[in-house]
Design a protein around this ligand. Sequence first.
Ligand code: ADP
Ligand code: MG
Length: 453
Amino acid sequence: MNIEVIWSNFLTSIKEQITSLAFDTWFKDTKLIELKDGKAKIVVPMHIHKKHLLENYKEMIENTLNLVTGTNFEIEFILEEELNNESDIDIDVDMIGVPAAKNKIESNLNPKYLFENFIVGESNRFAHAAALSVAENPGKMYNPLFIYGKSGLGKTHLMHAIGNYILNNSNKNVLYVTSDQFIEDFVGINKKDKKGTNFDYVDYFKSKYRNVDVLIIDDIQFLGSATQTQQEFFHTFNKLYDDNKQIIISSDRSPDDLKILEDRLRTRFSWGLTVNIFPPDLELRKNILIKKITGQSIGNNVPEEVIEYIANNCQSDVRQLEGAVTRLFAFATMMNGSDITLDLAIDALKDYLNKTVGTKNSVQRIQRVVADYYQISVDDLKSKKRHASVAYPRQIAMYLTRTLTDESFPKIGIEFGGRDHSTVIHSVEKITEEMKKNKQLKNLITTLKEQVK
Ligand code: ADP
Ligand code: MG
């Protein structure tokens, strides 16, 4: 049997044994590269995969491989970029307990934020894997887990996803709080009740924070300079940490940059695993949009160019993408549920999208206008077709893109089906020359420009 067939059979069998979430996260991007001398060499994308697979799935992998090949192999994980550099890791598989009746602690978790609806791309892949790893082994794999990144990139979503996962798969107590809430609770300690004592508050605080199995603190940067609160947090942290309770923290900056916090706290944050979430790339933005749009009843049949348009114009974060979708649907509903077209999207989002980016990225709009004029499709414009009925409109569209946007020649080439920049330069020069001699063409260009605007 060839090695690819073996691995494909192996993966099929693994898929039947675990959840699709676990499969997609831990197995989907693995590859068997060698079966020799009783050893199976498996390539994995990141170190976190290696560690997680070894600590959680080693036995399953060995048994399954044995089933597929009929032979026992010792497994060896290799990183994509680094070969033969594995460390010895103690294997200590510890399954999460079975679900049990929930107890009284209010977890503050939002059941909407789940791993199932968190879309993974290059920019958040590591954070997602780390989060799932912690969710599967609270207190065991990475403690604390520190997630940081700019606002709107999914930190809160991931933290709730961890909490919900643990809640649904074990009988552990989970508590999610923002650092604001922590401060508020702590300030309560110093209040006196009617009888002049504060025992109730102290008890309340201690039982709330020190008896949890998983403590999630969101936006730790707001813990602020209140030294007393920091001290209390420090004690809470130590107590939970010593008891092997999982701590998960998020922040808009790395522990090193949390200058407002005491050094001893920052040091502790880096004891576990620190992961960074980056802004989503184009592909992830599109995937998120597709998911959010098709999830809505009027979201079917939204043309690809609308997705492209929004993805190109909302580059900063996921919250902005969601805002655009909400506006688009509200607008379409207001227009009596009319079809969502590119024109409608441009209209709906004109105030919402950053103006400069909005005009810069009107390539799709130009392509639409030119395609409509010549009664061909936008896909034709981007295709490899060389027939004059397509090639000429394409040259005109490239010319318009160059004159109406700030796009570079290479970028325009990419927008037109991945053409070389010299092709774009040639088209622009050709149309420029022709306009000097051909009055009709000149008028046409003026008309098209007006339509684009
Ligand atoms: P942060 O806490 O980093 O500011 P949030 O977790 O609040 O960001 O995310 C903002 C919004 O974007 C939320 O509604 C969240 O569900 C959504 N979101 C962020 N990342 C993703 C993703 N990868 N897949 C799906 N939705 C996401
Ligand atoms: Mg947040």
